[in-house]
Design a protein around this ligand. Structure first.
Ligand code: RB5
Length: 142
């Protein structure tokens, strides 16, 4: 199950991501927001982060205007590793090396076509499970 969250700035791109998830029959839980009315990104970052750390969802996707505020907010929650990615290489590498559990993107930064490719790379790439990466991830948590 994928947890979704965005603010008003991220909403237009989130609609495109949802279109892809529906087509690909990937299950998700949408924590909002549900319109372009102005709202506060930490609310949605915290809802998605909470769903990850309580085990309700396996991964998350967060979108705001830049992806910056919403990723900063999510990364305040212990156990969350939110990666801001605007290219496919980073989306793949952050899964392999950081075992990132949330993908963050900026709707005002990246177009829908690329964003969907980034989502695919993020969701389809497994963690490498290599000792050095596990060690480094554990050092983040300590
Ligand atoms: C909202 O205007 C914008 O500040 C927000 O979406 C995000 O970019 C913050 O980092």
């Amino acid at each position: 199950m994928i947890a979704l969250g965005c603010d008003h700035g991220g909403y237009p791109l989130m609609k495109e991501v949802i279109k892809y998830l529906d087509e690909a029959k990937i299950e998700y839980k949408n924590f909002g927001t549900y319109s372009e009315d102005s709202c506060d990104y930490p609310v949605f970052a915290k809802a998605v982060a909470g769903a990850i750390v309580n085990g309700e969802c396996e991964k998350g996707i967060l979108i705001c205007g830049t992806g910056i505020g919403i990723s900063i907010a999510a990364n305040k929650v212990k156990g969350v590793r939110a990666a801001l990615c605007h290219d496919c290489f980073s989306a793949k590498a952050t899964r392999q090396h950081n075992d990132a559990n949330i993908l963050a993107m900026g709707a005002r930064v990246v177009g829908a076509g690329l964003a969907v490719e980034i989502v695919k790379n993020f969701l389809e790439t497994p963690f490498s499970n290599e000792e050095r990466h596990i060690r480094r991830i554990n050092m983040i948590e300590d």
